[in-house]
Design a protein around this ligand. Sequence first.
Ligand SMILES: [Zn+2]
Length: 584
Amino acid sequence: MKIVRMSVLAAALAVLPALAQDLSMIDLALKALGEAGVPPRSCSTSANPSCSYVQICSDLSAQRNSPYLYENAAGERIPNFNYQALASLVMQCGKKNGLYDKAPATPISGLLDYARWLVEQPAELQVKLNRIDLAYADAAYGQTLSARLEGESQADYTTRQLTEAAQRAGIRIDEALTDAIERKVAYQLAMASASLQTAPATDWDKVPERVREVMQDPFLNPEILSQENEVGSRAREQFNKKAGEISNLANEVRAQTLQVLQDQKARYPERAESLEGMSVRLRTASVTFVVDPYELKNFCPSPNAFYDPTQHVLKICPQMMGMPKEHLRMVIGHELGHSVDPCGASCPLHVVFAQGETQYSIADLGSAFSGVPGIGTAVVAPGITYPENPFREVLSCLATPESLNARLADPVRARALLEEQLRLERAAGLDSARTEQLLAQLPRLMSDYAGCSILPGNSRQQEAFADWLAAEAVALSGSATNLTEVGGMFYAVECAGVTPDLASVIMPILQQNNCVGAGEQGGIENLLPDVYQAGMYLGQLQQIQDDSHPATVDRINRLFRMQPKLREKMGCGAEETSGSYCAP
Ligand SMILES: [Zn+2]
């Protein structure tokens, strides 16, 4: 039925004269979007025991034109973020043309160009931009963003930040990406200035139901949280309720990760001391939710959660909070896992306390506050070197090709970098004392911190261990789940087939109504000599290899699917196996 509806719409469009402005068409587009797709299927564990990444992606792609990709028996859903982006675009177009306003709108032209352009780009480029956003957010959390230079414009500064984030993420910047970054920055600046103007209130009754549902959902459209009206306060109420539930869930997951450590202590009593240090880290890590509009913009470009070692705190983005409980369980287990991953655990954890307030950090706040009256400091957990890690057998197993291929930091590459630097400094007559000192310390650094992705070689041990601990913790919980819920966000972000093909119908309508510019001609890359094409492809492969996360398909198929208790709980048949389980 949906397909018939779409083709009728497309046929209606085909006969419209170019540039004709017909507001009823926007309404029609919104209605099509609002009514598109079947309601999310209820896939309970028993009804849908799909146990492979490919099969799950294929199942979910049937819902590509719906606001939700999946719904379980409890009514929990995995949203379709691409649908949401499209709904937001159409909604803005309707608003621009005054369709849903209580008062006439002041049109803001050009704002939608970037969003329109983005949804039409190859998935590859969209993924790159997502990864740049994440790398940027990571650095913002770690407070390692470079400072704004004197006289540098806001646009130049933002462009430089995104470029540096791309480099950190190992993404090679080509012409297409330079162009994309330029567009993104221009869009952000335009949005910032537009938000200073007062927009007319929305008459929500005029917005089609399913689009309204998406746009008013604080977990899909977090901007709604800062609206000072009835819709905003309802969203805040919903948000606070969910935050309370997730805090309780986090304590449950925390108890399960502590149990994994206890079990390891029973296996290796001689490791009791280092395991106790790890337990302290898990017990003291706090959980917070991102609500501040500035933080939302910078740290939550997509469903996300972070562990920030400088504050020893786990931060959860609103878009993640609406996920099914069993997905949140995995995510919380993973992020708590970062507080004890082989890099986190190798750095001492400090505490500073004053007048009832306590702050934990891997930064040596003790030194910073030493001698300040009224402030106490201590090391609450000493660093455990990589070779001494109490889960060293698991870490070695995760590094094998039978498991996640989770490589360690690369001492050969690190040495080559330093030696080249030394050669250049000496040739240029520069002071090379620091480089020489680092070179002398290198064997110890590369051994003690072999699990740290910040060192050359981009170790995958941190991410692999965080996943491993999450799988162990989820296996210990009494609740039922399936591999679709465990992987939740991975599928919503990475499955190729979940992008709505409705876009090809909606976009021309937006163009007809001057909400977006006409499509651009491109494709020069297809005409380049084959060496360029091969080079671009190999460059992409290299970027993927450089990521500190193991490949998603391996995380799903070889880790979550292989944990024996979890596997049983998810109802995965014994025939669907790949890779080997890393037993503690
Ligand atoms: Zn992680």
